[in-house]
Design a protein around this ligand. Sequence first.
Ligand code: NAG
Ligand code: NAG
Ligand code: NAG
Ligand code: NAG
Ligand code: NAG
Length: 220
Amino acid sequence: MGAYQYLPVWVLLLLAVTGPVCCLLESGELGKSVYLTVKLNLPAQREVQWRFGTNTLIVSAQPGIPPIYYGAYRGRCTLYENTTLQLDSLTDADTGQYTLSVINVDTGAQQQGSVNLTVHSPLTSPTLKVNVSTTNGNAYPVNGTIVSLHCDAGGQNVVSYTFYKDGVTACSQPYVTCDKDFLYFQPIMMSDTGTYTCKIENSVSSNTSQPLSLTVIGPL
Ligand SMILES: *[C@@H]1O[C@H](CO)[C@@H](O)[C@H](O)[C@H]1NC(C)=O
Ligand SMILES: *[C@@H]1O[C@H](CO)[C@@H](O)[C@H](O)[C@H]1NC(C)=O
Ligand SMILES: *[C@@H]1O[C@H](CO)[C@@H](O)[C@H](O)[C@H]1NC(C)=O
Ligand SMILES: *[C@@H]1O[C@H](CO)[C@@H](O)[C@H](O)[C@H]1NC(C)=O
Ligand SMILES: *[C@@H]1O[C@H](CO)[C@@H](O)[C@H](O)[C@H]1NC(C)=O
């Protein structure tokens, strides 16, 4: 309650009319199911509707009769008594905004809330590559030179990258910098010889590269 007493009256009115404006986010995995939930104060006698985007009706339910599912949503979703919507067999086209409306049948008062769904594909394995300057004419990284590793996820929707050397995180050394999909040795040392992998993650899956062996050689 505390924070509300400092808001001007018009903001309180706006909150009361529209409900919380921001911002539920949900993730689903391609082909799997997701539960969409918006917390509203549920009146005992209520009409419930879920819509997708601006105007596509998914389901509506009136007191005392089974829910009615519309169009392509028939057979692909389930409305629970608590207004949670289960959506199955997710496709990329299901990414978007879902709005729950609850109407109090006795008073006609309406509440709304939304949740944004993002459908992710399971991540496929990234490719770990080493960038050795070719100007020294050598295929191996040379001690004391700047070398980078690139964890190439091929344009997939990745939230985080982690680099490992011999199974242990590789970014803890002061001269090693990790920045998203790149790791920089500034410079590389003999002791950096080892087997490297990188792992990519998003909210629904993760995958790891094939190992890459790195052998650091002394200056020629
Ligand atoms: C949710 O989706 C709507 C419609 O695409 C968009 O306008 C809104 O900014 C999104 N909200 C968040 C928090 O991503
Ligand atoms: C509503 O019911 C479904 C099915 O029993 C459950 O999975 C979901 O967590 C419930 N939602 C809430 C907000 O309690
Ligand atoms: C990682 O991706 C490969 C294809 O690149 C796939 O065969 C494998 O099942 C994936 N692993 C996981 C754990 O999803
Ligand atoms: C490799 O590193 C050099 C020097 O840092 C840079 O100029 C070049 O663009 C890099 N190449 C790739 C493919 O990242
Ligand atoms: C590798 O380089 C570091 C400094 O960059 C140097 O101190 C060390 O002696 C070098 N080791 C070899 C074997 O060249």
